[in-house]
Design a protein. Structure first.
Length: 422
């Protein structure tokens, strides 16, 4: 079959490469000028994807701001993996997302939307408490701007908001103040074919902070662990309640939650591929990806085969990650080689990398260089497999967390005790 990939930041070529390995044809378009070289040497690149849409059996988009384009293409008769205007709004408009959770019967955490910092600061002064700050719109993609309050009176959140007002006042147009809820942070996601979820679902745990022990700035993710489950209370309390509301959407749909002994508290929607969640899926899905993506785009049912046990993905990064600084990237990381001490094994995925004369070289701007995955019947087995692969990799100035998966036993025990995994 023929697949056309359209990506803004070019994080999708690991999936495209897998589909090529299965014997299919792929054309690949990167829209961001700064990421144009990402994926070079791995996939066939085209500049104007619209010129090739009739060539493709299925068109795959990777982000949440393509909904209107995806809807147009479906009306034209094309088979598309991608969003809708509704799914875009679920992610970018946090207040709308919260109201949709409530309307679907999910438990809504109290939250308040603000368009200016002074009003938010005054709100916390009037109603002291522990809160979480979450930018709305496209600013939320910059994960370092999210902040989880640590103080019960909210004074640390006030301090953060005052600094945001000075440094990021133009970047953050609107943001949400959410009441803090303690518990296990866990996400549940599954692929949707426009009409129904394809089970099993992926129960996954993100490790968002830069350093071991969840210290440092938020990065989006430095690693993810997970397992596949056919039907659980966690799925029934979240994704299943959204099934009728997201009709028309095609692709991976994820809800991040806080779970405690009192119940499930959804935090946010992610109606798109996630990173490194996609690499976790590449490790855990046994079905042929080309057949699976086509079936989703065509609205067909599919018997998804996945590994038993546990999977783990670890991000290997270089400066300036998780920040944006072109001069730092050019000085320390641009065109740096990814060297393998021994021949490369499966489970090593190039991210912001190009291939020149068989050699992997860093490109792009972010420093998000490689993701490494592992699997096993226990989390310790999966950890050993992934970290042994990382030891085979050499990149100048590379860094990664060494504790991905260590909190698994506590988190899984708590979810089991609360009856969320049955």
């Amino acid at each position: 079959m023929k697949f056309l990939f359209v990506t803004r930041w070019s994080s999708l070529h690991a999936l495209a490469s897998q589909i090529i390995k299965e014997g299919h044809e792929v054309k690949y378009t990167v829209l961001s000028k700064t990421e144009k070289e990402v994926g070079d040497g791995f996939v066939e690149k085209v500049d104007n994807w619209e010129e090739h849409k009739s060539w493709a059996d299925a068109i795959i988009f990777d982000d949440s701001d393509f909904g209107d384009i995806c809807e147009r293409l479906r009306k034209e008769g094309h088979k598309v993996v991608g969003g809708t205007k509704y799914s875009d709004k679920l992610e970018f408009d946090r207040e709308f997302g919260s109201e949709e959770m409530k309307a679907a019967g999910l438990t809504k955490i109290p939250s308040w939307e603000f368009q200016d910092f002074d009003s938010a600061i005054q709100f916390i002064k009037n109603t002291p408490g522990r809160y979480v700050v979450k930018p709305s719109g496209k600013a939320q993609n910059d994960k370092v701007l999210s902040y989880v309050g640590q103080e019960e009176d909210g004074k640390d959140v006030i301090t953060i908001l005052e600094r945001y007002r000075k440094g990021w006042g133009r970047k953050i147009r609107s943001f949400q103040i959410q009441k803090f809820v303690s518990g296990v942070e866990v996400a549940v996601g599954a692929f949707f074919n426009g009409k129904k979820f394809i089970l099993p679902a992926l129960i996954n745990f993100e490790h968002k902070k830069l350093m071991n022990g969840d210290i440092g700035p938020s990065t989006g993710e430095m690693g993810t662990t997970g397992f596949w489950a056919e039907d659980t209370k966690l799925f029934r309390e979240t994704l299943q309640k959204m099934e009728s509301r997201i009709a028309g959407y095609v692709g991976y749909f994820d809800i991040n939650c806080i779970v405690n002994s009192r119940g499930v508290y959804p935090l946010e929607f992610t109606p798109r591929f996630g990173y490194p969640t996609l690499n976790l899926q590449l490790e855990g899905i046994l079905s042929k990806w080309g057949e699976f993506m086509y079936a989703l785009a065509a609205g067909q049912d599919f018997q998804l085969r996945t590994k038993k046990g546990l999977q783990l993905a670890v991000v290997v990064a270089v400066p300036p990650f998780p920040f944006s600084d072109d001069s730092t990237f050019k000085k320390f990381s641009e065109d740096a080689p990814v060297v393998f001490k021994k021949p490369m094994s499966d489970g090593v995925y190039p991210c912001e990398v190009k291939r020149v004369d068989g050699e992997w070289l860093l490109t792009g701007t972010s420093g998000y260089s490689v993701v490494v995955s592992g699997a096993g019947s226990t989390m310790e087995d999966a950890r050993k497999e992934a970290y042994s692969k990382i030891k085979n990799i050499q990149i100048p100035n590379m860094f990664y967390r060494t504790d991905i998966g260590e909190r698994w036993h506590r988190d899984s025990d708590l979810l089991q005790t609360w009856g969320m995994l049955t």
